[in-house]
Design a protein around this ligand. Structure first.
Ligand SMILES: [Zn+2]
Length: 260
């Protein structure tokens, strides 16, 4: 694969520098490091030719260990951008699935079979993560150290506190009426209105995230300084937390209405 090897290498380096301890590092096929700490990924293990792609040696065609710090974007030879061509990603996924498939390595050495097996499972993880716009943002923030895996519970954003308080009261009334066999019909309308309101807010956050994503991509294009990148990532993180909070809220109301 020869698509944008420059980006692959550059991003690999950036991520190795920025997220040395990220738990999202693909750790299966770490390359050897020399005494300066740099990944010794420059030469093919088989024919010793310089390797320019991510997965195979261009000279002898042998599968290569993944360079240390390779992230899911680099895995696909993509820059760390949030706007992705879905069709291109899918076609690259199918192409790589075929090339890395263990069936192609049945007569290869155990070393190569292991590489193929690990790489195939990493490929699936990488594709699943990158194909959804929201998990793509989450992954970027994970890599850049702004998010930790499994932290989904978010505090209520300050500007929503009042509305959330009101919503919780309405939900309490509904549960009470349900328990006591009271009239639910009258209580449904305000909850349905609240649900619609929060659904609209969710769409606003999605639009906001898309906008920040465009700014992020532009910042990468213009090689913006670290401070500017960090500011954009922080904005993304706030918007994503807000989104996750509102999404849980909408799901909660939906559930209560369904049971009412
Ligand atoms: Zn080679």
């Amino acid at each position: 694969m020869s698509a944008q090897p420059y980006y692959s290498q550059r991003l690999g380096t950036i991520c190795a520098q920025l997220c040395p301890s990220s738990d999202y590092n693909m750790s299966v096929t770490q390359t050897q490091r020399d005494e300066t700490g740099h990944a010794d990924s420059a030469k093919c293990w088989n024919c010793k030719t310089a390797v320019t792609g991510t997965h195979f040696c261009a000279a002898c065609g042998k599968i290569q260990p993944l360079p240390a710090g390779t992230d899911y974007f680099a895995f696909f030879g993509l820059p760390e951008k949030l706007s992705l061509d879905d069709t291109q990603l899918e076609s690259e996924f199918h192409k790589l699935s075929w090339k890395l498939h263990p069936d192609n390595f049945v007569r290869a050495t155990e070393f190569e079979r292991d590489l193929s097996l690990n790489r195939s499972s990493e490929l699936n993880d990488a594709y699943r993560t990158l194909r959804e716009p929201i998990s793509r943002i989450e992954y970027l923030l994970l890599r850049r150290g702004l998010r930790k895996e499994g932290t989904t519970k978010q505090p209520a954003p300050a500007e929503l506190l009042e509305e959330v308080f009101e919503l919780n009261e309405q939900l309490d009334e509904l549960r009470e009426a349900r328990a006591e066999g009271g009239d639910l019909a009258a209580l449904r309308a305000p909850l349905e209105a609240a649900q619609k309101n929060f659904q609209e807010k969710l769409e606003e956050v999605d639009a906001e995230l898309a906008q920040i994503g465009r700014e992020w991509d532009a910042a990468l294009d213009s090689v913006a300084d670290e401070a500017k990148q960090q500011a954009l990532l922080a904005r993304m993180n706030v918007a994503l937390n807000r989104r996750s909070y509102i999404r849980n809220l909408v799901a909660g109301v939906q559930k209560e209405l369904a049971e009412a």
